[in-house]
Design a protein around this ligand. Sequence first.
Ligand code: A3P
Length: 323
Amino acid sequence: TKSSVDNAAEERERLVSTLPMREGFWKPYVLYRGFWVSPQVAKSVMLLQDEFKPRADDIILAACPKSGTTWLKALAFTLVNRSRHAVAGDADGHPLLTNSPHDLVPFIEKPDRELYPVAELEALASPRLLATHMPFTLLPASISAVGCRVVYISREPKDVLVSLWHYLNSVSKDYFIKLEKAFELFSEGGSYFGPVWDHYLGYWKQSIAEPDRVLFLKYEEMMANPVKHVKTLAEFLGVPFTVDEVDARAVEQVVDLCSFQKLKNLPVNSSGTSNLAGWMPMEKSSYFRNGTVGDWANHLTQEMAHKLDGIVQEKLKGSGLAF
Ligand code: A3P
């Protein structure tokens, strides 16, 4: 006789096989409750909805791929752990100097989570810092029910597209994707966890409905004034900077430790691979490209930019969100 675990896995398999499918990056994608993901990730998301046990003090870091996930992981980890791991001076011995931000803050969904069900996450000590690319509406309902805080980082969509295109071509030389193809999928909403505008809107609306529980950040604003936003993030995470810390320039020290230049040049982030997606080793350096605002202008034609701007403006119209 089959166990209930097998039955649940079979049911997820069956559900995924009923979903609409289209061409994706590398693999075909399925449309699961309004968002395009690989069939493996759809199953992982379903598994989490069934089995993930949130704790009230969990902090969820969320982002569309290529919107600044790595940076947000580094910042949140550093802020939450700064009483244990000093940032002052040269931050000697700080975990960020010898670990990728992705190794310090795991993603909860994983293409291979089916093989390693949520037990891996259960083993982590509280308070847990967890990351996700899931849109708000796909988060396990239990996350909202227990009141976990959620931090979302968004980014100007043209820069997300250009970052994504470079990333897709840097992690593996075996799967070259033309910019025109990436543009097409992205602007049709068919990129991984797309449509990107619906991803933004889900968290945006929730941040308005529950400002104390959902913080919505923008990459460009953080780049323009990191000190201000890192202070806001620290307050939101329940670890505000003290007056003494501010006087001792602790905010600037966190900003510097997590800066693009600092992290990019560390050996742990500039060489070797990690199997983040579970099915393909990826170059660690591909998470740190050039970390600037407006790089789209060096890659997209005026026509592409105009078209994507038009789509995004139309989709975000009336929401109060703009880029
Ligand atoms: P670019 O490709 O434009 O350089 P994600 O972390 O969501 O995968 O996003 C990756 C993007 O964030 C890349 O953008 C990467 O260079 C940039 N990035 C990574 N670390 C950063 C940091 N510490 N500060 C600013 N940007 C960072």
